[in-house]
Unconditional design. Structure first.
Length: 130
């Protein structure tokens, strides 16, 4: 499984794509495979504040309800509202139309704690071997 090199990754299987002073956040393809078919997504509202390592929303599947754990802190600028009508995009196109939220990061140092694609790939591979 390949992970785009233009993103950073959290231990909670979310990606962050930085562009200027904004960060798009979504789930990884690995997380999508683990989740299965998505039935419902709950996301924060614009202007909400998210905090690194704290839940900012949920994904509901036939298997479970899973918290989305923020990879960085910041202010929510935009939510991918089409996901409320078509939540399957989160797993069908996790690096494209399946993005979750757009955030203005509040602590640039948190970015340094995320993994690059190679490190994340190694983490996923070692987890699969366990």
């Amino acid at each position: 499984m390949d992970f785009p090199g233009d993103r950073l990754y959290s231990e909670y299987h979310l990606w962050v794509k930085l562009e200027r002073n904004q960060a798009a956040i979504g789930i990884t393809a690995y997380a999508g495979e683990e989740l299965g078919e998505v039935d419902y997504i709950e996301l924060p509202q614009p202007d909400d504040i998210i905090t690194r390592n704290a839940p900012f929303g949920t994904i509901e599947t036939s298997k479970a309800v899973t918290d989305l754990i923020a990879p960085i802190s910041g202010v929510v600028l935009e939510c991918n509202t089409p996901l409320t009508e078509s939540p399957e995009a989160v797993t069908d196109d996790p690096y494209g139309d399946g993005w979750l939220i757009l955030v203005e990061p509040s602590d640039p140092d948190e970015i340094d704690e995320l993994m690059d694609a190679k490190s994340y790939s190694e983490k996923v591979r070692s987890a699969a071997e366990e």
